[in-house]
Design a protein around this ligand. Structure first.
Ligand SMILES: [Zn+2]
Length: 213
């Protein structure tokens, strides 16, 4: 169950005070194959980030100052969930955030488009942007290796995002990179199973394509 309350915060950029929703608790039943948590009840995803209604400055709630409640305090605007995360990515880009950080934020924009807004074109657009940035992060050693080495997981994810955006052959290529990275680590059995099932799906979608004359 998702529980929430109202907070009053102040924009660090333009000093506007506004009210927003903050999440007390939430839970999920399972995950999509690109790790989106399938939340129970109301979807908390839009409320994990805050957007200033005056200047569109957007970030995680901890980056805002505490505001003083009062009359006529504006509310956060009803932006689409994907737009909220896109604005956060813009803030972080201006702060020279890493490719990995931007990839994660834009991946959440895609989740918002899928699970909150039901906007498939936007979902595909952001999955593509996130995939490019995850690839960049892998190529410049920007994927965390401590405390856990995330490189096999992110390599799988690049494949899965290719599959979800309609490039089955690139997906299969990326999935094939994962097993040699696992070194028989039993803790990552779940990942090798996921690689197998998603490779099969990608191969099946290739067969469904009409062959070229
Ligand atoms: Zn502002």
């Amino acid at each position: 169950m998702t529980t929430w309350s109202t907070i009053v915060i102040r924009c660090p950029k333009c000093d506007t005070t506004f009210t927003g929703t903050t999440i007390g608790s939430c839970g999920y039943a399972g995950k999509d194959t690109d790790f989106y948590p399938q939340y129970w009840g109301a979807n908390p995803l839009p409320h994990f980030v805050k957007v200033c209604p005056s200047c569109n400055y957007a970030d995680y709630p901890s980056k805002f100052k505490q505001g003083t409640p009062g009359q006529d305090v504006p509310k956060e605007e009803g932006l689409p969930c994907w737009r909220r995360y896109e604005l956060v990515a813009e803030t972080h880009r201006q702060q020279s955030a890493s490719a990995f950080n931007l990839a994660q934020t834009l991946h959440r924009a895609a989740w918002g488009a899928r699970a909150v807004d039901g906007d498939e074109p936007k979902e595909v657009e952001f999955l593509g942007q996130a995939r490019e940035l995850f690839q960049q992060a892998l190529s410049e050693d920007g994927v965390p290796t401590e405390p856990d080495d995330l490189r096999p997981i992110i390599t799988y994810l690049v494949g899965e995002l290719y599959r979800r955006t309609g490039d089955a052959s690139a997906a299969i290529e990326w999935f094939a990179k994962v097993p040699p990275m696992l070194n028989g680590d039993e803790k990552l059995d779940w990942l090798s199973k996921l690689v197998e099932s998603q490779t099969t799906l990608a191969q099946e979608s290739q067969k469904e394509k009409p062959s070229k004359e």
